[in-house]
Write a protein that binds this ligand. Structure first.
Ligand SMILES: [Cu+2]
Length: 99
């Protein structure tokens, strides 16, 4: 009886932790420099394009900083694809030397 309860608890803990780990493992955050944005309308159109892309979970674009901070699903997207999306809006995703 006791071992059955222990099994249930262990099972629940396992399922929960696997869920959390999987969600975290596939989520990546990247900051991409974007050239050409001059006002809030510019950043809004980049944000819109990014959010319309499957796999993008969050996009914060700042015309002042000239960058986009994007949270995305690693299984569905990569950084190159995100740059393509940004470039398709008419602005320029700047390649940066990897740190
Ligand atoms: Cu603008």
């Amino acid at each position: 009886m006791l071992s059955r309860i222990t099994n249930l608890v262990l099972g629940a803990v396992l399922v929960l932790s696997v869920g959390v780990i999987t969600a975290a493992a596939f989520t990546k955050t990247v900051t991409i420099k974007v050239d050409g944005m001059k006002c809030a309308k510019c950043s809004a159109s980049v944000t819109k394009a990014l959010k319309a892309t499957e796999g993008v979970q969050e996009a914060q674009v700042s015309s002042e900083k000239g960058e986009a901070v994007i949270k995305y699903d690693d299984q569905k997207l990569n950084e190159a694809k995100l740059r393509e999306v940004i470039n398709s809006t008419g602005f320029k995703a700047v390649e940066q030397p990897s740190q």
